[in-house]
Design a binder for this molecule. Structure first.
Ligand code: 13P
Ligand code: SF4
Length: 353
């Protein structure tokens, strides 16, 4: 059941994000790729390192993470895995906030990333000074931020959430009568408002990948595939979310493919997720939701340009040289850990309940 809640966007001018061009993939000859993978496997063992990859990264990296005892997961699970795994080095294939979260939660471990320039438009939309000044205007509000933010923004917040846990956290806070300032993704914030009926002040950030999904073309696609279930990540625009059979985190979307009887699925998120979906449900037909015009096909699939910065070659290089290390100043990490830990503790109570 959806609730009609007025959207209150924060009156701030957020910085424009410079979106990098999609890299032209260098296709390695099979033997070269295999020997690179073997080298990486040896280095992971020798350096007591675990590879933690997001569902949006290249399928070769995802498969390698699993083959070597690491993990492929959503951002919440990546954080949990890093805590529980005994390896002294975590190599995070994803975007910068994921590496920073791992470092914040595992200060004694070394955290490496294949490319430190892999950022996220939501993180870029929410610079600490602007955000902190805005929060100062609402001292009676509980500040809840999405995990896609810098360590500084997390440290300025009361709660961190991922898309997988946002709804119960907001319900929990609202039940205690708390007023909420939400950042930085306005689409996810608006979706959470609609689902919970809780009014929040929304920071006006957005994901450059999910914002590209097109509602009109999706309507056409649904007409062409009447048996398909529509799965949408809540960072997408309202008119796209409104057409979904399932709205959820990357993990929720994967579970939907497994659980639902439909043969076909139209998927509105980064196409990197298809790797795990295909692995778990090879009999299902997966279609990219359109990002432009009528009849858009899979060629036009959304890919996060920052997730694409993670390559096998860069992974080998950081393992070899120790470059690409994430540093979060310990005092900042201690402050940023508080709202993340709050989320992780809350997640445990949900599992028990
Ligand atoms: P998840 O938290 O679902 O992994 O999503 C992270 C993300 O960056 C989505 O664009
Ligand atoms: Fe950020 Fe969007 Fe890329 Fe996710 S897909 S990392 S939200 S830019």
């Amino acid at each position: 059941m959806k609730n009609e809640v007025d959207t209150m966007l924060a009156d701030v001018a957020i910085p424009q994000v410079k979106i990098p061009a999609h890299p032209v993939p260098r296709v390695l000859p099979v033997e070269e790729q295999e020997s690179l993978k073997e080298r990486i496997k040896i280095m992971l063992r020798e350096k007591d390192a675990a590879l933690v990859a997001h569902y949006y990264t290249d399928s070769v990296l995802q498969d390698l993470a699993e083959e070597t005892g690491g993990c492929v997961a959503d951002s919440l699970e990546m954080a949990r895995f890093g805590i529980e795994h005994p390896a002294q080095t975590l190599v995070v294939a994803g975007v910068r906030f994921m590496g920073e979260t791992s470092k914040i939660l595992n200060n004694e471990k070394r955290v490496l990333m294949p490319d430190l320039a892999a950022t996220c438009s939501l993180d870029e939309n929410c610079p600490i000074d602007l955000f902190s000044d805005y929060c100062d205007r609402y001292p009676d509000h509980t500040v809840v931020v999405y995990a896609n933010t810098s360590a500084e923004v997390k440290a300025r917040s009361h709660w961190v959430v991922t898309s997988g846990i946002a709804l119960p956290v907001i319900q929990h806070l609202a039940a205690q009568g708390e007023k909420i300032l939400w950042g930085p993704d306005r689409h996810l914030g608006r979706y959470v408002q609609e689902m919970t009926g809780v009014e929040m002040i929304l920071w006006p950030g957005s994901c450059v990948v999910h914002e590209e999904f097109k509602a009109e073309a999706l309507r056409t696609m649904r007409r062409l595939h009447p048996g398909a279930a529509v799965l949408v990540h809540p960072e997408s625009p309202k008119e796209v979310v409104d057409q979904a059979d399932v709205v959820g985190s990357t993990t929720a979307m994967i579970q939907a493919v497994l659980r639902m009887a439909n043969k076909e699925f139209i998927v509105a998120t980064d196409a990197g997720i298809f790797n795990k979906m295909r692995q778990l449900a090879p009999e299902k037909v997966l279609l990219c939701a359109p990002i432009s015009g009528d009849g858009t096909t899979c060629e036009g699939c959304a890919r996060c340009p920052w997730m694409e910065m993670n390559t096998l070659e860069k992974l080998a290089q950081v393992l070899e040289t120790g470059s690409g290390e994430i540093h979060v100043e310990p005092e900042l990490a201690a402050r940023a850990r508080v709202p993340i830990q709050r989320m992780l503790d809350f997640a445990k109570t949900l599992k028990k309940g």
